[in-house]
Design a protein around this ligand. Structure first.
Ligand SMILES: Nc1ncnc2c1ncn2[C@@H]1O[C@H](COP(=O)(O)OP(=O)(O)OP(=O)(O)O)[C@@H](O)[C@H]1O
Ligand SMILES: [Mg+2]
Length: 368
């Protein structure tokens, strides 16, 4: 379920186009972040995907089909959408707001309730406390969380998020970003995520699209942007992420621990349990090498690993910048993180030890 924009133009009655010849393909399972100054056309772009706006010219495809070929109501049920001002319905409770789409899809009551419980738990808001409140009885940040949950409720393959964490304080924001990363590692949704915050963009985006005055200036992975911004404007936007700034480690490769990949066990399913060097983390990978799970405890006898509890892996991507990888290592409550390529295949590991080694090397160099 990818989303593709082909030469999309949107001109409102007056003035310059709000979106100008946008061509961009968002892959299935990709999280694409759109960033740019206020008024550059981000919200308009999202609204054209689910047909709340009509392009003046050009075509948008969802799952390979022109969006005009879908019934708009059906289309919107298949696309989660968090709007910029949360858009909660004031006369409905939290629970009713979350269950809006599941209700339209005629889920039975038990299934809906189970889902609402599960979702509220995800953002640390207890069902008992919050489910029966009205939006005006929530803080701005809590309203935003419910807006996000509403978009996730019916488990849609495509999600559009318009500054979903904009009203949150930095700490809740960071925890929801981490939550979204965990969720995405598990669910592989196709997500277009709009933000003003470059830190958020670089942390979350598989790729980041930078817009200005309706024009797409550059779309690339965080590392490509940091190393080769297309122009002054992009460079200025990237700020501290520019590779030429004081980042002590030049490339993510320097952080990666070297070591052999040992296969401890091959499972009948074709999956394998592997370890890299002697780092006490074990990974479950499928026959193509795609990372499926991680554990930090393995029985002495690996043959008995069927009892192992595999966790959802949160990984660093080879395309992340080194500071993003270090931030993530510091945030996660573990001593190492797997590294994956664009196909989600396990390619290495960054451990506290390898990170400190890389940093101390650069400290040593600067001291000379
Ligand atoms: N319904 C409308 N009628 C006329 N002009 C509009 C309409 N909606 C948006 N615009 C104009 O289109 C341009 C792009 O607006 P849009 O809301 O897409 O920007 P944005 O990038 O989402 O900005 P922000 O970061 O402030 O949310 C702006 O110049 C805006 O004034
Ligand atoms: Mg907007």
């Amino acid at each position: 379920m990818g989303v593709k924009f082909e030469e999309v133009v949107k001109t409102y009655q007056s003035g310059r186009p709000a979106v100008h010849k946008l061509s961009l393909e968002v892959q299935t399972g990709e999280l694409l972040v759109m960033i740019g100054p206020s008024g550059c056309g981000k919200t308009t772009t999202l609204r054209m995907v689910n047909r709340l706006e009509q392009p003046t010219s050009g075509t948008i495809y969802v799952n390979g089909h022109d969006v005009r070929s879908y019934n708009p109501i059906e289309l919107r049920r298949g696309i989660g959408y968090t709007i910029q001002q949360t858009g909660l319905l004031p006369h409905m409770t939290v629970e009713q707001n979350i269950e809006l789409v599941p209700r339209l899809l005629k889920w039975d009551k038990k299934r809906r309730q189970q889902r609402t419980h599960e979702l509220l738990e995800l953002v640390n808001m207890s069902y008992e406390t919050f489910a029966h409140r009205y939006p005006r009885q929530l803080s701005g940040g809590q309203q935003q969380r419910i807006g996000v949950l509403r978009a996730l409720a019916a488990d849609p393959p495509v999600i559009l998020m318009d500054e979903p964490f904009g009203a949150l304080d930095p700490i809740s924001r960071e925890s929801l970003q981490t939550e979204l990363k965990h969720l995405q590692a598990k669910l592989h949704k196709t997500i277009i995520f709009v933000t003003h915050d470059i830190d958020e963009a670089m942390r979350l985006g598989d790729r980041v699209a930078i817009l200005r005055d309706g024009h797409l200036l550059q779309v690339a992975t965080p590392t490509e942007l940091a190393q080769a911004p297309q122009d002054e404007f992009v460079a200025k936007f990237l700020g501290r992420f520019l590779s030429s700034s004081q980042s002590p480690v030049a490339s993510i490769q320097q952080l990666i621990q070297t070591g052999e990949l040992h296969v401890l066990l091959e499972l009948p399913s074709g999956e394998r349990v592997v370890q890299i060097g002697d780092v006490p983390s074990w990974f479950l990978i499928d026959e193509r090498g795609v990372l499926k799970g991680i554990t930090y405890q393995m029985p002495e006898d690996a043959q008995r690993c069927e009892q192992t509890l595999w966790h959802e892996p949160v990984a660093v991507r080879e395309t992340d910048t080194p500071d993003i990888a270090l931030d993530q290592l510091a945030l996660e409550d573990t001593s190492s993180l797997p590294v994956i390529d664009t196909e989600h295949r396990l390619t290495g590991i960054i451990s506290h030890r390898s990170a400190i080694k890389a940093l101390s090397n650069t400290v040593g160099r600067h001291a000379l």
